[in-house]
Design a protein around this ligand. Sequence first.
Ligand code: GAR
Length: 208
Amino acid sequence: MLRVVVCVSGGGTNLQAIIDGIARGAIFHTEIVRVVCNNPGVRALERAKEAGIESVCVSPKDYGDREQFEAALIRSVDEAAPDLIVLAGFMVKVPEGLIKKYEHRIINVHPSLIPAFCGTGYYGLRVHEAVLARGVKITGATVHFVDDGMDTGPIIMQKAVEVHEDDTPETLQKRVMQEAEWVILPWCINLIAAGQVKVENGRVTVTE
Ligand code: GAR
C-alpha cells in the first residue's frame, strides 16, 4: 500500500478526484492516510470527513512565526509516515526541510503547461487570467515532482486543453480541471504506486 498524505487549501476537487479514483479502482494499492490543510473551514476538509479520512488543519494564524508554522506542518506530515505527499491545490510555499526529507516523494498539480504560466504569483484562478490575457490557444495541466524551486521540479505528466474564445477565467479553470487535472493527477499516483515512475538526471521516465 502506498501511504499518501494529501495537502490542500481550498475547494479540494483534486482531493475528491483522488478519493474517487481509489474508490472506483482506477488507483491501485493506495491509501490516503491523512489530509493536511492550512485553512480552517474549507470544502476540502468536508470532503475528507465525508470520505472518512483523518484531517489536520495547520493554520499559520495559530503560530507565532513562519518557523513555528513550518515545523508544525512538517510534524503533521511526518506523523502520518507517508510514502508520497500530494499537493492538491496547496497554496503554501513548501518548507525546505520537507522538500529535502521527501526528495522525489512530493508531487504537485499545476493548472498550466509548465514552463508556461508558472512560478511566483501563478496559482489558482490567476493562472487562467494570465492565459486569457496572453491569448494562447492551448493550455492544460502538469503534474511534477516538487524541488526547491517554484514549479521547477521534474515533470511527470502533462495534458493539453483548448482555450475557447468566449472563456472566462472560471470557465477555463473548470475545463482544465475536468479534462486535465482530475485525469492526470490520479493517473500519476497510480503509476507511482505501481513503481513505474523513475527520476534520473532531473527527468522522469515511466516504465511499462
Ligand atoms: C487547482 O486548479 C490546482 O491545480 C491549483 O489550484 C486549484 C485547486 O483546486 N493549484 C495551483 O495553482 C498550485 N500552483 P482544488 O482545491 O479544487 O483542487
